[in-house]
Design a protein around this ligand. Structure first.
Ligand code: BES
Ligand code: MN
Ligand code: MN
Length: 448
């Protein structure tokens, strides 16, 4: 074991350079102007995997972003492990709020800053490190699958899974796209929430009207919209839409001080919702208004606004059905607009939640690998975020065991400005994955 740990250490400096090169590529699939960058990113990932010794590397797409599949065939009788990551990243947001340029990887205090350093180019780096530590020849089959449109909801993933079913078929699926309990304690993510969103438009008038001539007699659409949106929560901040599912969160301590510290909640601002922090974060629904189209203030005049719209995003607790939740939300929006205002709801993306059965030989092998790599027992956690394709993988490969690992930590700030990777976490995550491959292979004798 210690020899393998040492080999991870040896390969890490080169992996770190490769990660930095990937971070310099602006692979924002959601930005149509940067789709060439996503292609460049796929090419770079494919080259890294070829150079690492994968026998068979291909770039594939099914009408969406390019994904990379690399295969190291399983030795006779050994299981195959699928290692997942995504090479697309979130838009970087306001450059002026970054302390170093978002696509220029920069180290400060043991952390590597830059868009995608953690979410999820660190996932790619972890797989590279584990494979290289095994000298490009682990005693299990390894298939690396690096998707290019995860941050856009993986719209073509089911087509990719169908088109490459045989290539991707595996006994164990490791999804390196989640969080850790802390920089010193790893997590195994056992539940993710689902996601559903929609655009709600309200209309009260055929055209704008003088707000002095008609205000107080006919309603403006923006006032209607904010009242409608306000009806989505009760006074405590719990979701007030009927028909939402609630699950039971993993039993872990999560003190309120930690919430304040991790979120940067401003002084005087309270938490919302009732129940423990894990319950609210992982096992209850959440509804957020993520955008509004209306007259901007510098264009505002004394006019009753005739129509306005908002995008509403909902997280669905494990065990719930995201499509049914979207219908419930739609019904609520259609029925709760004040003053008879017209409401049109346009459904958006839907991704299912997932709860994993985290028991059995593969989980024993994983826990032992994590314990040895981190020197700490892994915590089974939920996450509030969504990884909708977990449910798709589970459906496509029902007998495969799914492990959700990750290289993020509570200070990562994924999707926000100043995203960063803790370099110690990268080493521990890579070590854990290298040990896992060993445990699952001939050195470990785990029956999958
Ligand atoms: N890596 C995240 C999911 C995640 C976030 C897991 C935090 C654990 C902790 C993933 O890249 C992501 O952002 N997912 C999206 C899914 C959506 C675009 C369909 C999300 O959660 O918003
Ligand atoms: Mn991710
Ligand atoms: Mn993400």
């Amino acid at each position: 074991m210690s020899e393998l740990v040492q080999r991870v250490r040896d390969v890490l400096p080169a992996v770190r350079q490769d990660l930095e090169d990937l971070v310099r590529i602006e692979s924002v699939w959601a930005d149509p102007a940067r789709r060439g960058e996503v292609q460049r990113s796929a090419d770079a990932v494919a080259k890294l995997l070829s150079d690492a010794g994968f026998a068979d590397v291909q770039i594939v797409s099914e009408g969406g972003a390019p994904a990379v599949i690399a295969r190291h065939p399983a030795p006779a009788g050994a299981p195959t492990v699928l290692l997942y990551a995504h090479h697309d990243v979130q838009p970087e947001g306001d450059h002026t709020q970054w302390n170093s340029p978002p696509f220029q990887p920069t180290e400060r205090d043991g952390r590597l800053y830059g868009r995608g350093t953690a979410d999820d180019k660190a996932g790619i780096a972890t797989h590279l490190a584990a494979f290289r530590a095994h000298g490009g020849n682990p005693s299990v089959g390894v298939t690396v699958f690096v998707e290019g449109e995860e941050e856009s909801g993986s719209p073509s993933l089911s087509r990719l899974l169908a088109a490459h079913r045989d290539t991707l078929a595996s006994d164990v699926i490791v999804i390196a796209d989640s969080d850790n309990w802390s920089t010193e304690v790893p997590s195994l993510t056992v539940t993710v929430r689902g996601l559903a969103d929609c655009v709600v438009e309200v209309a009260t008038l055929d055209h704008g009207l003088h707000s002095g001539l008609w205000g107080g007699v006919v309603p403006d659409a923006l006032t209607v919209l904010v009242r409608l949106l306000a009806s989505l929560h009760d006074d405590e901040g719990n979701v007030a839409v009927e028909g939402m599912h609630e699950a039971a969160a993993a039993d872990v301590e999560y003190p309120p001080e930690r919430v304040r510290e991790e979120t940067g909640l401003l002084p005087g601002v309270c938490e919302i919702g009732s129940g423990s922090v894990p319950q609210r974060l992982w096992a209850k629904p959440a509804i957020t208004v993520i955008g509004i189209d209306t007259t901007p203030i510098d264009k505002a005049s004394n006019t009753l606004i005739p129509r306005a719209r908002a995008k509403v995003s909902m997280r669905v607790a494990p065990g719930g059905d995201a499509a049914a939740h979207l219908s419930a939300l739609t019904r609520h929006l259609e029925r709760n607009a004040p003053w008879g205002a017209q409401v049109t709801v346009t459904p958006g993306d839907v991704g299912q939640p997932y709860a994993i059965d985290a028991s059995g030989a593969v989980y024993d092998a994983a826990r032992s690998a994590f314990r040895d790599a981190w020197g700490a027992e892994p915590v089974d956690t939920g996450v509030g975020g969504s990884i909708p394709f977990i449910a798709e993988f589970a459906k496509a490969f029902p007998s495969a065991k799914i492990l959700v690992t990750g290289v993020e930590d509570p200070a990562t700030q994924a999707h926000s400005v100043n995203e960063s990777l803790h370099l110690g976490v990268l080493e521990r995550a890579a070590t854990a994955e290298a040990l896992l491959l060993a445990n699952l292979g001939s050195d470990g004798q785990v029956a999958t």
